[in-house]
Design a protein. Structure first.
Length: 243
């Protein structure tokens, strides 16, 4: 093959490779025209060759050209497959991570609900009902009911008769049993304690009924009443317990 033919062949291969890479050769017809035109150039430029096998040279060129194009297509195909595999693998990993996160959230919510359910005594409605029935009865220091009460005698009476639980008799001792409860987590049945004598310690107790309200045996003038955890009792509040 002459030097001119080699130049034309190299140019043709370069242009065809660029066309295939950039996707400018979009169909078989365009590709065929380019191939035929290039082969024609080779035939015309190889007329000074003394050998008579110009057809064989064209065939060899076509085989070489086809091999190069197929190699390029195989490379692109493998690249697309690898990209798809990487993308699918990342998607699977993300889905697995989301699944684990959802499972953890679900388990956390279930545990929280179960804990809250277990902390509520199913007999508490009965206890609150019995407590409300005592409103209006007189306060008598040291009385344990059922006709009169002092503050600690009242809550002890409710816990024993409605909930079957015996708690200490004196309010200061009652403030040390069971589970400590914050103001924000109060539930019906929790005991609320106050320093009504300004001595820095518990001297009064009531039973929480919800809606920031509690029932207690207040004093000899008021007897058993319902009050709110505001104003005076908000200032005197010390702590709360769940026996």
């Amino acid at each position: 093959m002459s030097d001119i033919s080699r130049i034309i062949l190299n140019t043709m291969l370069y242009e065809i490779n660029n066309s295939n890479t950039s996707k400018s050769v979009s169909n078989n017809e365009s590709f065929s025209k380019l191939l035929q035109s290039s082969i024609g150039l080779l035939g015309s430029s190889s007329s000074d060759c003394s050998c008579s096998n110009s057809g064989v040279s064209s065939l060899g060129m076509i085989v070489t050209l086809t091999g190069l194009i197929n190699q390029n297509r195989i490379y692109e195909s493998n690249s697309n497959i690898n990209n798809n595999l990487d993308s699918n693998n990342q998607t699977i990993q993300i889905n697995n991570q989301n699944s684990n996160v959802n499972s953890n959230i679900s388990a956390s919510i279930t545990t929280s609900v179960n804990n809250n359910t277990e902390s509520i005594n199913p007999n508490m409605d009965k206890a609150i009902k019995l407590l409300k029935e005592q409103v209006g009865k007189p306060y008598v220091w040291g009385a344990n009911g059922p006709d009169s009460f002092d503050c600690s005698g009242l809550v002890r009476y409710i816990y024993k008769n409605a909930l079957g639980k015996d708690i200490p008799r004196v309010s200061e001792d009652q403030s040390k049993v069971g589970q400590a409860v914050s103001r924000e987590d109060l539930q019906p049945g929790d005991l609320v304690f106050f320093d009504t004598m300004d001595k820095g310690k518990v001297s009064h107790v009531g039973m929480y009924i919800g809606n920031n309200e509690f029932i207690h045996a207040a004093n000899s003038k008021k007897g058993v009443i319902k009050s709110t955890l505001t104003g005076y009792y908000d200032k005197k509040f010390i702590n709360a317990r769940r026996p």
